[in-house]
Ligand binder design. Structure first.
Ligand code: MIG
Length: 651
């Protein structure tokens, strides 16, 4: 049961693909305060709120406020309110309180919107708009026969997913291990990574090219100095079964003679300021213009450019900096320089010193810059902040549409940093610049259900953490969880400790873990396809399946993965195991490697289960089975799930 309401004059986002008639009147169960631009509702004592995609904090989002405004935010701490995606779908679960029923709500608006879920007032849920122009979808539980056996929450997710359209499907090779680092400087370094993985006997399917493959960070160029014969290098790697996956950034470098810039200028493809002149900002390449991805023509033009790389044999991309991230805008930088002059002869005191510091610190991703340029969207001129959350979505749509057309024998891999619901039809996401921290390993576990609810099934975090220095133990635990996530990519920032798996002391353990991943791929890919085809969640919290079990609601560090298994990753330092809650009887299989494991039948209840670093716990549900493959060095060497019969585990 879905109701669609209209607030103000909404901007069409194309996130919902099904036509639904408008219900007149106010959103049922909510009050709208026009002056405060706020929808609000009283929450029951025990009610939980799930969703909001990639956001920080727990699976249950109650107790904090979250702002949808795609942000280049490298500090994923609990005090933050926005990360890279704007995912405005949540489910309210009264958890047995009063006579309220579970429902889902999708707030379809491309500008800033805040979800205050008991932050200002513990029992009040408020949706606070910048501009109260939105479509609001209310989704009730489905109880029909086709939902037999599906919990109320999952039936709400399924209905939502049905109206936003089917999720993008990544190729199976994209489930193989990807090795990435900012930066691999030239083809020798990339080749060496492949060589070292082979030498260590650790399976690998892809190596990522970060910004340094380009000629001075210019999109769709390849540095001839670093990669003298790129197509030959791509084929050489492909012959070894390794896919190269280059990054594409949103900003186009302003440079005379650079054809992408010149075509963009001639074709009127860049966003403009109020006075009609192009908006100039800076990112990696120095000054750039941003393509107006909201314009269909521009999407076509930019999408076609990916062909330069696919012609060289590339079949996967990651789109970055598309919130869009801004180091500084040219206009504001000029103001700051002028201001700086006035500080020169001053005796800087507590106020003026911090002001001075703020001038520089405040250059990046500045609110006012986002209000100083315009898009042409569906024939209308719209200020950027009103459609901010559509930018990364439409950059990736440009790529997805073009690549979809080009796809020859294999489907391309595509994922993005910024996103809005709707983008899930074109690509996956990664969760951006996390840190090599234990708390971020836990965060990456908790982000998956929210992403799945919003249609993002191909997803994952930088394994080992992007910023800061990883330790061997953290890497082992992170890989032990990462072996279950669709995107299984080890990525790290320049300047941090190197973290390719062959660089650690215990490469034997790293190899066994990645082998276990490859053994799991037929199962994982099967369950991924099942989730995509049936609008299901591949990663489900316990509370979504055991709604009547109050214990299940509090469990935020265990997940069902596909239909047959549950996982309980270890995410703390110096641990020898962890507490696990089983909502039902299951069989625990403790893997040290594909050939070395022990099993235990467990009834529902609480357990302390041992899990030393390098041991992976998989819980097989009653009546279910898990078949594993003989590992291979590349995904191309793995059979289909149906063909497996050697390693069969029954719950
Ligand atoms: O601000 O291209 O999230 O994965 O390595 C840094 C360099 C820009 C941010 C991405 C990260 C990537 C990095 N990019």
């Amino acid at each position: 049961m879905i109701r669609k309401y209209r607030l103000g004059t909404p901007i069409e986002t194309d996130s919902v693909v099904e036509k639904i008639g408008i219900t007149d009147g106010m959103v049922q169960g909510w009050e709208f305060d026009e002056e405060k631009r706020t929808l609000s509702m009283r929450m029951g004592k025990n009610a939980g709120v799930y969703g909001l995609g990639v956001q920080v904090r727990g699976i249950n989002k109650r107790g904090w406020h979250y702002v949808s405004f795609c942000a280049d935010e490298p500090h994923h701490e609990e005090g933050k309110t926005s990360l890279y995606g704007a995912h405005n779908f949540f489910i309210y679960d009264p958890a047995g309180d009063g006579d309220q029923k579970s429902f889902g709500m999708y707030v379809d608006t491309p500008g800033r919107v805040e979800f205050d879920i008991g932050f200002r007032n513990t029992d009040i849920f408020q949706v606070i708009f910048d501009e109260p122009d939105a479509y609001i979808y209310l989704i009730g539980e489905e109880t029909g026969p086709e939902n037999a056996g599906v919990s109320g929450i999952l039936s709400i997710v399924r209905q939502f997913r049905r109206i936003i359209g089917k999720s993008y499907i990544a190729p199976r090779w994209a489930f193989g291990l990807g090795q990435s680092r900012w930066s691999y400087m030239n083809e020798d370094e990339v080749r060496e990574v492949a060589d070292e993985y082979d030498r260590a006997g650790i399976p690998l399917d892809s190596i990522y090219l970060d910004i340094d493959y380009m000629e001075r960070y210019k999109d769709f160029t390849v540095s001839e100095e670093r990669f003298p014969d790129f197509p030959a290098f791509v084929s050489e790697m492909k012959a070894r079964g390794i896919h190269l996956v280059p990054i594409i950034d949103a900003g186009v470098k302003i440079e005379e003679g650079y054809d992408v810039y010149e075509e963009g200028a001639a074709g009127d493809h860049f966003v403009k300021k109020e006075d009609g002149t192009p908006f100039t900002a800076a990112v990696w390449p120095g000054r750039v213009h941003f393509p107006d991805f909201l314009k269909e023509d521009t999407r076509k033009w930019f999408g076609e450019k990916y062909r330069r790389l696919t012609d060289a044999g590339i079949d996967g991309f990651w789109n970055d900096m598309n919130e869009p991230a801004i180091f500084y805008s040219e206009d504001h930088l000029a103001e700051v320089f002028e201001k700086l002059d006035t500080y020169k002869d001053q005796n800087l005191d507590i106020d003026s010193f911090f002001e001075l510091q703020g001038l520089i610190g405040g250059l990046c991703n500045r609110e006012e810059d986002y209000r100083s340029f315009y898009h042409e969207y569906k024939g209308e001129k719209l200020r950027h902040d009103r459609v901010h959350n559509l930018y990364g979505f439409n950059m990736t749509k440009a790529a997805g549409e073009a690549l979809g057309k080009m796809a020859r024998d294999s489907k391309p891999l595509l994922f993005s940093r910024a996103s809005y619901i709707g983008m899930h039809r074109y690509a996956g996401v990664w969760t951006g610049d996390n840190m090599s921290w234990w708390s971020h390993l836990l965060l990456s576990i908790r982000q998956l259900p929210g992403l799945n609810m919003c249609g993002f099934l191909f997803a994952g975090s930088d394994i080992g953490g992007f910023g800061a220095d990883v330790t061997e133990e953290l890497m082992i635990r992170w890989v032990s969880f990462g072996i279950f996530t669709p995107l299984f990519r080890n990525h790290s920032a320049m300047g941090t400790r190197r973290q390719e798996l062959f660089r650690f002391n215990d490469t034997e353990t790293m190899r066994k873990l990645v082998e276990l991943r490859y053994a799991l791929i037929p199962y994982l890919y099967n369950e991924y396809l099942w989730a995509a085809e049936n609008d299901e969640m591949m990663f489900r919290p316990l509370s979504f399946e055991y709604e009547d079990d109050p214990r299940a609601a509090g469990v935020e560090d265990e997940l069902f993965v596909g239909r047959s298994i549950m996982i309980a990753p270890v995410y703390t330092q110096n641990a020898h195991g962890r507490y696990v809650y089983l909502p039902d009887g299951m069989k625990l299989v403790r893997f040290r490697s594909i050939n070395d494991h022990d099993e235990e039948e467990l009834e529902a209840g609480d357990y302390y289960t041992g899990a030393e670093p390098g041991e992976v716990l998989i819980f097989i549900r009653k009546g279910c089975e898990l078949r594993l493959a003989e590992p291979a060095m590349r995904t191309s060497g793995l059979p289909e799930y149906e063909e497996l019969n050697k390693y069969v585990f029954r719950g």
